[in-house]
Design a protein around this ligand. Structure first.
Ligand code: HEM
Length: 199
């Protein structure tokens, strides 16, 4: 099962990210939250542009375009006080995971889609702590709302079937690890440097 393998192989990288993100803190300020949404926007926009420019979508048979997260991040930032011009000026991450093969795309998608699970916990906290919902600045972390579980299951079924048909499991794992690491280093200067191949 590739999913079990991906989960085990990225466990430390997930833990390192989760422990640094202050999004569940009882005292999270709106301004600090907004700064994180700026950073997520600066990572996801170039990542999703690169992902969607890949030629593999037809062969994978998966519609990622309608799962894009950048429009939600944009909507959140506009609700939180940004303008289209201020979003244009935000820094964009230049260091993205490798996305040249279907296996690399799928490894990256595992991380991006998996993040919607943690988003469900974060969005509840944003509602209780900052009074934000999907219309007022928390659309990104709200993910697919009540459909999040079923959409994750649909994604996992596609991933398992692709991995069974085409292999390249190590490329998927490496890409998932690099997705965590590029995001981690973009968000936090002190995100650890993991040895290649470490769990
Ligand atoms: C405060 C931040 C976060 C919290 C509290 C959190 C929490 C969680 C939780 C509760 C799950 C479900 C675990 C399970 O059902 O076994 C999960 C899964 C996952 N999260 Fe996070 N998460 C956070 C941030 C992130 C971020 C930023 C990413 C990546 C961009 C991420 C990627 C994933 C992935 C890939 C999975 C799927 C693991 C699997 O079952 O294979 N998470 N997270």
């Amino acid at each position: 099962m590739i999913l079990n393998h991906l989960k085990a192989a990225t466990h430390s990288r997930h833990a390192a990210l989760e422990s640094r993100l202050p999004l569940l803190d009882a005292h999270l300020a709106r301004s600090a939250y907004r700064e994180f949404v700026h950073l997520f926007f600066g990572y996801y926009e170039p990542l999703e542009e690169t992902l969607l420019a890949q030629p593999c979508w037809e062969s994978i048979g998966f519609d990622y375009a309608e799962r894009r997260k950048t429009p939600r991040l944009r909507q959140d930032l506009l609700a939180l006080g940004d303008s289209a011009a201020s979003l244009d000026r935000l820094a964009r991450c230049q260091s993205l995971p490798p996305l040249a093969s279907p296996a690399q795309v799928l490894g990256c998608l595992y991380v991006i889609e998996g993040a919607t699970l943690g988003g469900q916990i974060i969005s509840r906290r944003l509602a209780s702590g900052l009074g934000l919902d999907a219309t007022s600045g928390a659309a990104f972390f709200s993910g697919y709302g009540p459909q999040t579980g079923s959409r994750w299951k649909a994604f996992c079924a596609m991933l398992e079937s692709q991995a069974e048909q085409h292999g390249h499991h190590q490329d998927m794992v490496d890409s998932a690890r690099q997705t965590f690491e590029t995001l981690g280093h973009w968000l936090f200067p002190k995100y650890p440097v993991f040895a290649a191949g470490s769990p």
